[in-house]
Design a protein around this ligand. Structure first.
Ligand code: IMP
Length: 178
């Protein structure tokens, strides 16, 4: 799988060190607030696990599924499955995402969640491609800002593959141009 990468952009060590820093910020900001982390499936599952392992305050976890991508392109239509979420009334929610790209997926999810009476709602994203944004959305906790390139690994996929890579890297264009 590594041979399908043009280059590794973030090693496992760099990612885990940064995730620890994000968790430390969250520990400070959410002390006494019993935050609810909502991971966006499937991309955020590894990030969510690593983040929550380093959160030392009482907290709860849930997952939501959303999809807008097919291959390397967003379809523009977002669907989010909120059925399995707990009652969000008065909860301090941290939405955990793999990557903020156009922002369309998260802005849809944020609208749905804030209509459920959350006390606060913030975004924690491992990766951020600000140059691609089509909404006003910003992440409060961002692991790494990256330029516009299609990356895989550490939960991020291309057609469901490469999620299990422990590092993150740029996929060779010939893989998706085939
Ligand atoms: P957005 O709605 O355009 O912000 O897209 C967010 C979703 O698109 C992410 O949760 C990813 O699943 C997917 N995505 C965006 N950029 C990439 C990428 O570079 N690699 C893999 N998936 C990506």
């Amino acid at each position: 799988m590594l041979q399908d990468l043009l280059m590794i952009t973030h090693t496992e060590e760099q990612i885990t060190a940064r995730v620890r820093e994000l968790a430390a910020e969250i520990n400070r900001d959410y002390e006494g607030k019993n935050p609810l982390f909502i991971g966006v499936l499937k991309g955020a599952y590894i990030f969510m696990a690593e983040l929550c392992k380093n959160v030392t305050i009482p907290c709860e976890m849930a997952f939501i599924s959303a999809s807008s991508y097919k291959g390397t392109q967003t379809t523009g239509t977002v669907s989010a499955n909120t059925d399995k979420l707990p009652d969000l009334t008065g909860r301090h929610v941290v939405l955990v995402e793999d990557i903020l790209d156009t922002g369309l997926t998260l802005s849809h999810i944020c609208k749905v969640l804030s209509s459920c009476g959350t006390a606060s709602l913030e975004i924690c994203s491992l990766m951020d491609k600000p140059s691609r944004r089509k909404t006003e959305l910003t992440g409060k906790y961002v692991g790494f800002e990256i330029p516009d390139a299609f990356i895989v690994g550490y939960g991020l996929d291309y057609n469901e593959k490469y999620r299990n890579l422990p590092c993150v890297g740029i996929l060779k264009p010939e893989i998706y141009e085939k």
